[in-house]
Every structure is written in C-alpha cells, then in structure tokens.
Design a protein around this ligand. Structure first.
Ligand code: ZN
Length: 56
C-alpha cells in the first residue's frame, strides 16, 4: 500500500477572516501564534510554513 505523493509541500487553509491562528503539528513544540494578513490576502506561518488564505 502506498500513499499518494503530494505535489506541494505547503498546506493551505482557507479562512474567512484576515486573522488566523496556527498551532502547528501536535508534536512539534510550535506555539500558538496569531497571524494577521493586513493588506494581503494570505499569510504564511513563520513556524511551519502553513499558508492561510482568505476566502474570496
Ligand atoms: Zn504554524
């Protein structure tokens, strides 16, 4: 049994608010941080590179 390989190394979460928070993977020691998109339509978590994208 083989798992499909993902084409991208970044995961994207669509959010409805410009403010998002990220906890990271459970075991990573990633603190909960709050991200604000400001004038952008997406923000990247500096800890885990997870992308939060504003739903249009
Ligand atoms: Zn993160």
């Amino acid at each position: 049994m083989s798992e499909p390989i993902k084409a991208t190394n970044k995961e994207v979460t669509e959010v409805t608010s410009k403010k998002a928070h990220c906890d990271g993977p459970e075991f990573s020691g990633h603190p909960r941080i709050y991200l604000d998109m400001g004038d952008e339509k997406q923000v990247v978590c500096p800890y885990c590179s997870h992308v939060f994208k504003l739903k249009s």
